[in-house]
Design a protein around this ligand. Structure first.
Ligand SMILES: Cc1cc2nc3c(=O)[nH]c(=O)nc-3n(C[C@H](O)[C@H](O)[C@H](O)COP(=O)(O)OP(=O)(O)OC[C@H]3O[C@@H](n4cnc5c(N)ncnc54)[C@H](O)[C@@H]3O)c2cc1C
Length: 384
C-alpha cells in the first residue's frame, strides 16, 4: 500500500469499538479495511469487567465469553479501610482479559470479510467535504469515503478530541496476579471495589486463576507516595488490610504494571455543524466514561454498532450519529463523573460508603443508572 490508494471504508483502531463497527459493516458486505497499530495481541489498561450490556453486544457479534474462559461475577464488594459492604449485582457480569477479548473480536471481523492490517499506525487524518485522507507514514496515504476513528485513548493528528473540561489528572494502572488458592476462592464470583485516599481500585478474577487489579489514582497522590508502583501499593495496603490479605503469597504476572496517563474522564464529543461528514468517532473517541462503573466497553461496542448502522442507512451522516450517541450516553457519563469526583476525596468516599452501608441498594441503582439504556441498545442492534 505505498503511494496513494482508495478505500470505501477505513476503520482506524481495532479495540471493541473499531472491531464492532468492522463486524457490522463487513457483515453487510461492505468493503472494510481496519488498521491496527499493534502487530500482536497485547494487554491493555482496563478493569476487564463486562457488564450485561457489553455481553449482549458481544453475544450478537458471535463471541462466546464462556468458551473464551471468562469468569462470572454476581456480587459487588465495596471496601474502605477496615470496612466492607457486599451486595448482589443486578446481573451476572463477566471478567475476561482484553488480550483475549480484543483478539476474538478482530477474528470475528476477519471471518465476516473485513481486511485487517496489523502493525500499522495512522499518523494523520485530514478531511474535506468529499473524502478523508489517512497518512500512514512509510506505508503511504489512503483516501477514504468514510473513516471510523476508533483509536481509543490515543488522539490522531488532524482530528484530536477537544477534551477541555474533562478530568485528566488521573493515572490508571493494571497488574495481573496469580493469587494464592485461598484468596482466589475468596474472590470467586465477586468484584471488589477498594476505596483509598487518592483513588480507587477494582479487583476481580478474569479467566481461570488470574486476578486483575486495576486502579486509578490522582497524580498528586502518586507523587506524594513516592512515584512508584511499589510505593503506591504500600500506600493502599497500609490503608486497606483487605487488599494486603488478597495479595499475600501472590505472583505478579507482568514485569511491571501497565499504566495510562491523562485519561480525559467525562469527555463527550459535541457535534459541530462545520465538522466533516463521513468521520465517525467511536468508543473513547466519542465519549469517555469514568471507569468506576465498568461501562466503557459497553459504550464502545454500542458506538461501533450505532455508527455502522447509521452509515448503512444514511451514508456519511456522521453528525447524525454523534448527536444520537450524545443523547444515548450523556446521562451515564454525567452520573459516573459525579461519582468519580466523589470517590477521589476522603469526604466523598466516606459519604458514598456511608450511604451504601445504610442503603445497600444504592450500589445496585448506580450500576443500573450508568448503563446504556435498553431503548438505545435496541436501536443499535437493529443493524443488519
Ligand atoms: C483504568 C481503566 C479501567 C477501565 N475498566 C473498565 C472495565 O472494567 N470495564 C469496561 O467496560 N471498561 C473499562 N474501561 C474503559 C475501556 O477500557 C475503554 O472504554 C474501551 O477500551 C474503549 O474501547 P475503544 O475501542 O474505544 O478503544 P481501545 O480499546 O483503546 O482500542 C483502541 C485501539 O486503537 C489502536 N490504535 C491507537 N492509535 C492508533 C493509530 N494511530 N493507528 C492505528 N491503530 C491505533 C490501539 O492499538 C487499540 O487497539 C477502563 C478504562 C480505564 C482507563
Amino acid at each position: 500500500m505505498s503511494g496513494g490508494s482508495k478505500e470505501e471504508i477505513v476503520i482506524v483502531g481495532g479495540g471493541p469499538a473499531g472491531a464492532a463497527a468492522a463486524c457490522i459493516l463487513a457483515g453487510a458486505k461492505r468493503p472494510v479495511l481496519l488498521i491496527e497499530r499493534d502487530a500482536e495481541p497485547r494487554h491493555k489498561v482496563c478493569g476487564e469487567f463486562l457488564s450485561i450490556e457489553a455481553q449482549t453486544y458481544l453475544a450478537h457479534l458471535g463471541i462466546d465469553l464462556d468458551a473464551l474462559g471468562a469468569s462470572s461475577i454476581s456480587r459487588l464488594r465495596l471496601v474502605r479501610k477496615r470496612k466492607l459492604i457486599e451486595v448482589g449485582l443486578p446481573f451476572v457480569a463477566k471478567g475476561l482479559s482484553r488480550r483475549i477479548l480484543d483478539e476474538a473480536l478482530l477474528q470475528q471481523a476477519r471471518s465476516r470479510g473485513a481486511r485487517i492490517i496489523r502493525g500499522m499506525a495512522v499518523r494523520t487524518v485530514s478531511a474535506d467535504p468529499s473524502q478523508i485522507r489517512i497518512d500512514t507514514g512509510a506505508h503511504g496515504t489512503i483516501a477514504a469515503g468514510a473513516v471510523f476513528l476508533a483509536t481509543g485513548k490515543h488522539d490522531v493528528r488532524g482530528v484530536k478530541r477537544v477534551s477541555a473540561g474533562a478530568m485528566d489528572d488521573l493515572i490508571g494502572f493494571k497488574m495481573h496476579y496469580r493469587l494464592a488458592r485461598k484468596q482466589q476462592q475468596a474472590l470467586e464470583d465477586a468484584v471488589e471495589i477498594i476505596l483509598f485516599s487518592g483513588g480507587y481500585a477494582g479487583l476481580q478474577l478474569v479467566e481461570q486463576d488470574i486476578a486483575n487489579l486495576c486502579l486509578v489514582v490522582s497524580r498528586k497522590c502518586f507523587e506524594q507516595v513516592g512515584k512508584s508502583w511499589d510505593s503506591l501499593l504500600d500506600h493502599i495496603v497500609d490503608e486497606c488490610p483487605h487488599l494486603a490479605e488478597r495479595l499475600q503469597g501472590t505472583e505478579p504476572l507482568f514485569e511491571r504494571p501497565l499504566s495510562i496517563f491523562q485519561i480525559p474522564y467525562g469527555f463527550l464529543h459535541l457535534a459541530d455543524p462545520t465538522e466533516p461528514q463521513g468521520l465517525f468517532r467511536v468508543g473513547d473517541q466519542v465519549g469517555v466514561i469514568p471507569s468506576f462503573t465498568g461501562e466503557g466497553m459497553s459504550i464502545a461496542l454500542h458506538s461501533g454498532y450505532l455508527a455502522a448502522s447509521i452509515f448503512l442507512a444514511y451514508g456519511r451522516a456522521s453528525s447524525l450519529f454523534h448527536h444520537q450517541m450524545r443523547f444515548d450516553i450523556q446521562r451515564s457519563i454525567r452520573l459516573a463523573s459525579i461519582l468519580n469526583h466523589a470517590v477521589r476525596h476522603a469526604m466523598g468516599q466516606q459519604a458514598v460508603f456511608h450511604l451504601c452501608r445504610i442503603w445497600p441498594a444504592t450500589m445496585q441503582h448506580v450500576t443500573t443508572l450508568t448503563r446504556v439504556q435498553e431503548a438505545s441498545m435496541s436501536r443499535a442492534l437493529l443493524a443488519p
